[in-house]
Design a protein around this ligand. Sequence first.
Ligand code: ZN
Length: 417
Amino acid sequence: MQIKTLLNRLEKHKGFVYQSVQLIEENARLLLEVSVRPRKGSCPVCSVCGHEGPGYDALPPRRFEFVPLWGMVVFLVYAMRRVDCHTCGVKVEAVPWANGKHRQTKTYAWFLAAWAKRLSWSEVADAFHTSWHHVFTGVQMAVDWGRSHVNLDGVTAIGVDEMAWGRWHRYLTVVYQINEGQKRLIWIGRERTARTLLGFFRWFGKERSFRLEFICSDMWKPYLRVIAKKACGALHILDRFHIMAHMNKAIDKVRAEEARELKAKGYAPVLKGSRWLLLKRVENMTFRQIEKLAVVLRYNLRTVRAYLMKAEFQFFWEYKSHYFAGRFLDQWCERTMRSRIEPMKGVARMLRRHRQLILNWFRAKKAFSSGVVEGLNGKAKLITKRAYGFRTYKSLEIALYHALGQLPEPIFTHRFF
Ligand SMILES: [Zn+2]
């Protein structure tokens, strides 16, 4: 069987024929060149307006990278014609296998993009003897296509989250769909300002915002304001994951301060190495960690008292009725306000301020466990940290959409991946 036969079976383009296949050695590597020519009597299509027109001339042959075969790089070679278009003038023709000025075929771009879901971009580049930039272009094309075909029907529950990225603690805002049965990233915006989130609602549309039933978010003030204004019909929930994150931050602050004090006063460093023990959930600890935690808890330290306050607060999430949960919350805040541990008092004040939104979780029948947003948030963080070479916001945005957006793909006659 010939390679031409295979290509005709897998990827035929109307108006063009595969002419011949050549095996070439270049820079000590074997590669295949498949020459393509227009079918006899076919007219070129103007790349500007998309209409057929009479041929004008032909440019020198050009290589378009195709899916590699048996470790060999494969090129389609084609001399682009120019069209004498009666509306646009003399323009280069459009070809079905590539976009505009790209030197890779669409099929190859989809191929690279598919692999970029499983490997890092530089691993994909290595595996297929291509450049990081080619992989990037492939993923970008897949994301552009997917974003313009994305279906937002049935998005009635969303989670809004912020994320730090880059070296200078810049932020971005991400919006997830968190409906039962479909959880995915649907939007990313620069910064974490009110304007950022307004950008989301503009993109999402009035109609859909009106139909939102649940929104989970952090206590970040600009978000709260915008959500109250733009999605007044939805039940706004401050989720467990973010609340516990605030509490962990407070404990960490108490511990750091106290450890410094103890050291200054010349006491034994009992808090040394306790940082993660105090933040971790007990059920996720090893036996040795629990033993070590027990040692720390024997001391009458502010850190220990703060830790116990947090441990007690975990009961809050077990309540069934929002009324009793509310009573528990009030009592917890009252006790904490008397504790004289400033960072924990800060948490109590914050919880009091947002009492209503926190209790909304019980009104939503606890439908949105912290796991949903936490899981997506964890995956997103992993991607931003991976050594992909995300020096620009744009490439990070593309990587996040590609990995977490569950974007649609066109229907292929043959999948090369
Ligand atoms: Zn034209």
